[in-house]
Design a protein around this ligand. Structure first.
Ligand code: AHR
Length: 814
């Protein structure tokens, strides 16, 4: 276990730089609220960022079946000793029969002097990890000809070939395809990753290889199993469920590339693998049964997502007869998970080696089907819902977008936002009706930090989780995404991911540690809290600055006479007299300057933006003229445009030309600020637009009429304290989770209302760091929770929450 548990001196009093007036936290122990869902904290997974191949799935050989690239044996190389010669090439002529192994690697050992060798090497997924006193299991298919019949040497060696850490010999290779296996055991070599796996021989001839596999010891010693260090990190979170197998990975780019679970069963030689939507091939070594066994190993329940007939590039299977085979595929999948020996797919699972059915309460229909532009999800969901409910009435059927034809049991909401936005939205589910569907927050993350989140993101995450836990009567499941990232260059497709690793080392990010604290300290019943924020005014928020810009969304428009001024001083005046967009930063769409205007002419493009100008324009007035030429919406006018992730735009005639509102994007998270108005934009006429910014105030005028007013989000204080509390029903223990997102230590006057006695000693886990702190392969535990002894506790006591911290206090109340 990678936990860092340092017992520190009591922290109940006396931190260095406390804010003057304490915060208050009253826990209403005498007014217990709803039960907390026992399944609240779970995991979401998919093949992204080399989560499985090159990640959790412990296979060490990359391109083991030689299918990654049809033109060359990618990730394989020829090894020759001095004076030796040979060649390697892909071969599809005589594949290993009755398997999915359509390609092999042909090795011609042309010249091999006595004592020399010719072979092939694989460098793994960014290295092959060698650990001391460790046994590796190798297997491969082979056949030989041309005078070569063995022996074949397998070795784990340094990339330069200078050091061999372990080796094994297969004495004879026959003339027909056959599977061979061997074990290699290291001695006291230091742990390293700059290594390769080599199969070589000392005689001339020809050798074919297919499905070359090498496994280190796996978690629970499962064959075809998982990397132990990652499983340990995941298990330490004590997650209750695993949402599988995605995410976009479930859907694939095209229908033909969705996660076809039947192709992922049984012997790995029978699995064809498929192209994963994140741009690399998936071996499907992590197949449906492996997912389920992963659940079993960590005491999680699967939340099974079934493919629902929508793929990422827009292909859709129409509801009705066309969809029926996909509904059946989903029904078979459920049967594989929970069916007994009397069922076709239950029988198959038993034959695959797992007699007992797995627990299953939730089935999710698709993923993010709100992106389906044909709006067919309502019908598709209904078809799946009816089939599932008819056979398994107790299964809870999750919808991934709004539907009307059926009332879903649960709706899956996704949030990728800045930490600040998470903090600002902690009351999101306070307002959710308790009579409708339950909520699964199936993907969420504060997105500061790459490839893994910063401490600042962890604070946003922890604040957000206080809101989910407090509302756990309606939010029944929650899972962060993405979960895993291989941190090597080129391995990741997503910015911010919970757990990072290379071939040898895995680490949890600060967000991981925050979630681990929440997951391990859940409690059974919500205890309402009342937070009194410290009264010291926060330092004045800096005013926003940046460039100016124009944009469109599914609309063609033209702009002219753009002027930026402050007081009487003109800072910028557009000049569209020459046909050039020089000086403008363009994103999406077809932008051109012609006839004295800047024009965007692509009608089907979204998020088309052209920005220009200084980073320091702040208290300014922006004026321009705009005309819509065609399309679905109106104008986007940008200001305080610092970079692609930080800006404000006035969205005139947005939302299908229904509304006009200000939207602010902070660190990539976009949301509305101020009130929106029912103002739409006409085609073909010029509008005068004026935006006045003063401090944090924004006033927007259309044809000199004030339409929208707002305060930018930097001005409005959030927190710094966020909290939730719960009770462990069996013991009466009170668990308080307190997040201080501010940069000052905060003394908090705590009161357990309705409690007469509290044991004087208690314990807290405290995670703290600087906002920019991250963990990494080099410093895997730079930010990690510390255990702290609490003293002098009672129904009322003081707790000092360090700056930028997440604290979990466990109090023995009577
Ligand atoms: O978590 C990464 C991706 O984000 C998921 O695959 C998808 O569901 C979402 O858009």
């Amino acid at each position: 276990m990678r936990r860092s548990t340092l017992l520190l001196a009591a922290l109940a009093v006396g931190a260095a730089a406390l804010a003057q007036d304490p915060g208050r936290l009253t826990v209403k122990v005498d007014q217990p609220g709803p039960k907390i869902s026992p399944m609240l904290y779970g995991l979401m997974t998919e093949e992204i960022n080399h989560s499985y191949d090159g990640g959790l799935y412990a296979e060490l050989i990359r391109n083991r079946a030689f299918k990654d690239d049809p033109k060359r044996p990618a990730f394989w190389s020829l090894v020759t000793s001095d004076g030796s010669a040979g060649t390697i090439a892909l071969d599809t002529v005589d594949p290993v029969n009755t398997t999915a192994l359509t390609t092999s690697l042909r090795l011609d050992l042309t010249t091999v002097p006595a004592g020399g060798r010719v072979g092939v090497a694989n460098g793994g997924y960014w290295g092959v990890p060698v650990k001391p006193h460790t046994t590796y299991r190798a297997s491969f298919y082979a056949k030989a000809t041309g005078g070569f019949a063995g022996p074949l040497t397998l070795s784990l060696e340094s990339n330069d070939g200078a050091t061999t850490f372990a080796s094994a010999t297969v004495a004879a290779i026959g003339g027909g395809w056959q599977r061979y296996s061997a074990t290699l055991t290291t001695s006291d070599a230091a742990a390293s990753t700059g290594n390769r796996f080599v199969l070589s021989a000392g005689h001339a001839g020809t050798l074919w290889l297919s499905l070359v596999s090498l496994f280190p010891p796996t978690y629970h010693d499962r064959p075809n199993g998982n990397r132990a260090d990652l499983m340990q990190l995941l298990g330490d979170m004590q997650p209750a469920f695993l949402r599988l197998p995605g995410g976009n990975y479930l859907e694939g780019d095209f229908i033909a590339e969705h996660f076809a679970w039947k192709n992922t069963l049984g012997d790995i030689a029978l699995r064809p693998g498929h192209r994963c939507c994140w741009g690399y091939p998936s071996t499907d070594g992590m197949g449906l049964l492996e997912y389920l066994e992963w659940c079993e190993d960590l005491n999680m329940e699967p939340v099974l997502a079934v493919y629902a007939g929508y793929s990422l590039r827009g292909e859709v299977v129409k509801p009705g007869p066309d969809l029926e085979p996909f509904v059946q595929e989903g029904m078979d999948e459920i049967e594989y998970v929970i069916g007994d020996e009397t069922t076709t797919w239950g029988k198959r699972r038993i034959a695959d080696g797992h007699p007992a059915p797995f627990p299953l309460h939730y089935v999710e229909i698709g993923n993010e089907d709100g992106f389906d532009r044909l709006h067919s999800y309502d019908g598709r969901y209904a078809q799946f819902y009816d089939a599932i409910k008819a056979k398994y009435p107790k299964l809870q059927v999750i919808a991934t977008a709004g539907v009307h034809l059926r009332t879903p049991d649960v709706i899956d909401d996704h949030y990728y936002r800045s930490a600040r936005e998470m903090e600002r939205d902690v009351h999101h589910y306070d307002r959710t009706p308790r009579t409708g569907p339950k909520i699964f927050v199936g993907e969420w993350a504060s997105t500061e930090g790459s490839p893994t989140p910063t401490m600042q993101a962890a604070l946003g995450d922890a604040a957000w989780l206080t809101g989910l836990e407090r509302n756990s009567d309606v939010v029944v499941l929650a899972s962060y995404a993405p979960l895993l990232v291989n941190v090597n260059r080129g391995a990741a497709q997503w910015g911010t991911n919970l757990i990072g690793y290379d071939a040898g080392t895995a680490f949890g990010s600060p967000s991981y540690h925050a979630q681990k604290l929440f997951g391990r300290n859940r409690g059974d019943t919500v205890l309402p809290v009342e937070i009194g924020q410290p009264t010291v005014p926060p330092a004045a928020a800096p005013t926003l600055t940046g460039g100016v810009g124009v944009g469109t969304w599914l609309t063609q428009a033209e702009y002219k006479d753009l002027q930026v001024s402050t007081g009487d001083k003109v800072l910028y005046k557009s000049d569209f007299s020459r046909p050039s967009t020089r000086g403008w930063r363009l994103r999406n769409g077809q932008w051109q300057v012609a006839e004295g205007v800047l024009r965007q002419t692509a009608g089907d493009a979204i998020d088309c933006v052209a920005t220009t100008g200084g980073r320091d324009w702040g208290d300014c007035t922006y004026r321009l003229k705009a005309r819509k030429i065609g399309g679905a919406e109106g104008f986007l006018i940008l200001f305080h445009a610092k970079d692609e992730a930080n800006w404000i735009w006035w969205n005139l005639g947005g939302w299908g030309n229904q509304r006009t509102a200000l939207e602010q994007c902070s660190d990539g998270g976009k949301h509305e600020i101020g009130q929106s108005q029912a103002v739409s934009i006409d085609t073909g006429r010029w509008y005068d637009i004026r935006i006045e910014c003063q401090g944090h105030q924004i006033r927007c005028f259309l044809d000199d009429k004030l339409i929208t007013e707002a305060t930018d989000e930097a001005a409005a204080p959030v927190g710094p304290l966020f909290a939730t509390a719960s009770r462990v029903d069996a013991s009466g223990e009170v668990i308080v989770k307190l997040v201080n997102v501010g940069g000052a230590d905060q003394r908090v006057a705590m009161e357990l209302q309705g409690v007469t006695e509290v044991a004087p000693g208690g314990v807290a886990w405290v995670l703290s760091g600087q906002p920019g702190d991250v963990n990494s392969v080099a410093e895997p535990e730079k930010v990690a929770p510390k255990q702290v002894a609490l003293e002098q506790l009672g129904p009322k006591f003081s707790y000092d929450a360090p700056a930028y911290s997440v604290s979990v206090l466990r109090l023995k109340a009577k």
